[in-house]
Write a protein that binds this ligand. Sequence first.
Ligand code: NAD
Ligand code: ZN
Length: 366
Amino acid sequence: MRALQLVGRRRPPELREVPVPEPGPGQVLVKVARAGACHSDQHIHIMAAPGPPPGLATEPPFTLGHENAGWVERLGPGVTGFTPGEPAIVYGCWGCGVCPDCRQGRENYRRTLGGQGPGLGGGHDGGMAEYLLVPGSRYVIPLGTLDPRQAAPLSDAGLTSCHAVKRSLHLLGPGSAAVVSGAGGLGQMTIQILRALTTATTVVAVDTDAGRLETARHMGADEALPSGDDAIACIKDLTGQQGAELVLDMVGIDPTLRMAAQVASVLGHLTIVGLGGGALPVDFTSPPHECSVASPYWATLPELMEVITLARQQKIGMPVEHFPLDHAREAYQLLHDGKIHGRAVITPPRMSTDVNATRTHRRPVG
Ligand code: NAD
Ligand code: ZN
């Protein structure tokens, strides 16, 4: 089968011919319907800094794609409970199952691995191929009525966003404010999850792109502001000069982190999700007193089940643009240039017949 592989550090990914994997004991082979192209892949293969980027546990070559949905193809010896052809989504933080963190359902923070899950498509073969071998059946979650050709972004863009919001939900009572800086793939999910899980929080989106701001409004943001000093002033005004209880930085570069420190409130949460490599200015008054800073990584398997529920209830969804595997590098280029409006999803060769054009637009999940 063909697979989009990272073959070396600081080298663009390459389409290569690789064997179709055979599921061993306890494993499941999934026929990939779509694999999402996440901005993290760019951090992985562009890699401005030497050394492995966050989450990259092993060396190339490996197949990219950590956001996958498809159909159960074949079960390894000992696996039961699935029907071949059943639509499923893949949880990507593959753990050992026996360390204290895995036992507590925190595969994303395995301290035996230095605090990070290994992550498929970030060291282990991911889903930008015809088939994906999943090492444990518990990581394959039935989608029920959801279409795997639309659902892939739930497993990272949706899941990471859900975890980032949920850890701060206790701050988001009536009258509170949440700022989402960067309304791309993750930011759009974050806005919808904030809308779904809070009752009377003012949700403010900030982005450099007018189209993304329009989408943010469409997805439930109360305010959508072009990034810059005016956005900072506007957020201060909206919050009676107090700042927002939660600031989610989905970009993570110097200017967005600087803004985050300025618009977060005393006792608030400043959550850095973006891997932009910027530095947060920290001194006694910045971020404000007792504002906690966190950098969450992906999320837990139970949270993926919650995300699937939200999608089934049509509370969250993602506009997807479909690209055949042969055009995956074009998708990454467009992502890099800020020209993907929701999520680019890659279609493996066998499935390409259901993509008439290189890019098709705006089909919500669900
Ligand atoms: P994306 O490219 O889809 O979205 C990024 C958005 O940020 C775009 O809308 C862009 O216009 C906007 N943006 C760029 N510069 C900006 C600025 N100065 N101010 C405001 N907005 C700006 O990317 P994505 O796939 O949504 O990923 C977002 C980030 O989250 C990436 O850095 C990615 O690596 C990271 N990520 C982290 C985790 C995690 O577990 N922490 C998981 C997935 C992705
Ligand atoms: Zn990702």
